[in-house]
Write a protein that binds this ligand. Structure first.
Ligand SMILES: [Zn+2]
Length: 387
């Protein structure tokens, strides 16, 4: 952890200039470590004058990132080149989801969009995306306190021009959604996987991580609940494309049958080692309809941890069905019994695990669970739509 959150920099007028936050919120909040180590050294920082108020620790001093320019809400002209990144600075407020959308006509061989976060003493990169035809997209949500972020555009082109659109949408973490629940939002980059409870992996495709607001909230709720109880982060992969279509539609190769309108998500499973990377938990055979577990070959699946993680979704009453290989369903049902006996999940949820609807077999689900949310305000039985 950092030894000091206070910096000797002065910073009188720029605080919150770009955000709608109530300044009264700026003094509180807690530091959530984002790892801290290895942030880039800061440049261009003016020394403190001593007599002016101390700068809030979560707001970077002006010029903290070399070449930074203000990232305005709406469209920003992006001019970048090999050796000259375009760096847009924004201040996030606790009550808003901030979305960065980079669009362009001509795609250079290398074009990366990164989101970087001021950690109080340096800069951490939260995520980088380098894929998508005509687009790059990343999002952040920082519930702690107003904080400085940067969107960085990096290219190997001699000259690149595009548009960076910054969109702020009111957002708050909660276990249930009460309004604007169908709006598609990109899953925010985890700030600290040990707190957020979910992580990204090299296989993460950011432009395929758009969910209904209620699903994004549920994912984050399930993640926080697991982190609070000391579990490792799980790894969500596809939700929907940015336009609500099935992931892969943009390249003419849909990766699923469903995953439309942001109501579906694929989530990794916990093993008995306490970790939840994407991996199979059985020996599989492919009979032509997909990859399925050979009966009796289940191994290393932590039924209790997976039942506990799934409870984070079930509590909402909004899950219509989920898909998991039949070989793995039994251990999760058994795990739910144990988790309820321990008080880790509500006993009232137990009937859902074994009803054959909330957990049902489908091929290719030996390495993850597919969770589907109702598009209505509450659970309604619906016909099975292949995942
Ligand atoms: Zn799926």
């Amino acid at each position: 952890m950092m030894s000091s959150r206070r910096l000797p920099f002065v910073f009188a007028s720029l605080v919150l200039a770009c955000s709608a936050a109530d300044p009264a919120d700026g003094s509180g909040g807690t530091e959530t470590s984002s790892g801290g180590a290895g942030g880039r050294p800061i440049v261009g920082v003016a020394g403190g004058g001593g007599s002016l108020p101390e700068q809030p620790p979560a707001i970077a001093p002006p010029g903290a990132s070399e070449g930074e320019q203000p990232g305005l809400d709406g469209d920003n002209v992006v001019l970048a080149a090999d050796g000259l990144d375009a760096v847009f600075r924004v201040e996030s407020a606790p009550g808003e989801h901030v979305h960065f959308w980079l669009s362009f006509a001509d795609e250079p061989e290398l074009l990366e969009l990164s989101v970087e976060r001021w950690n109080g003493v340096g800069i951490d990169t939260l995520g980088t995306t380098d894929a998508g035809h005509g687009l790059r997209t990343l999002a952040l949500f920082d519930a702690g306190e107003p904080r400085t972020y940067w969107a960085r555009v990096h290219t190997d082109a001699a000259a690149f021009d595009g548009t960076l659109t910054v969109t702020r949408t009111p957002f708050a973490d909660a276990s249930t959604c009460v309004e604007d629940c169908e709006r598609l939002l990109q899953l925010p980059l985890p700030i600290d996987a040990a707190v957020d409870g979910y992580a990204t992996a090299p296989s993460t495709v950011f432009r395929y991580q758009f969910g209904r607001r209620d699903l994004v909230m549920l994912l984050r709720y399930a993640g926080r609940s697991m982190a609070d109880s000391g579990h490792a982060p799980f790894v969500p992969e596809d939700l929907s494309q940015w336009d609500g279509e099935t992931p892969g539609t943009d390249v003419g190769a849909p990766r699923h049958a469903s995953h439309k309108r942001g109501r579906d998500v694929d989530v990794s499973l916990y093993g008995t080692d306490g970790l939840a990377p994407w991996r199979s938990y059985c020996e599989t055979v492919n009979d032509g309809s997909g990859r399925e577990c050979v009966p009796g070959t289940m191994h290393d699946l932590d039924g209790v941890a997976n039942a506990t993680m799934y409870a984070g979704f079930l509590e909402s009453g909004r899950v219509t069905m989920s898909f998991l290989d039949a070989e793995l369903i039994g251990p999760v049902v058994d795990g739910a019994e144990l988790a309820a006996a321990d008080g880790a999940i509500a006993a009232s949820l137990l009937p859902l695990y074994g009803d054959g609807v909330h957990l049902q077999h489908w091929p290719n689900h030996d390495n993850h669970i597919h969770v589907r949310l109702s598009e209505g305000p509450s659970f309604q039985p619906e016909a099975v739509e292949p995942p």
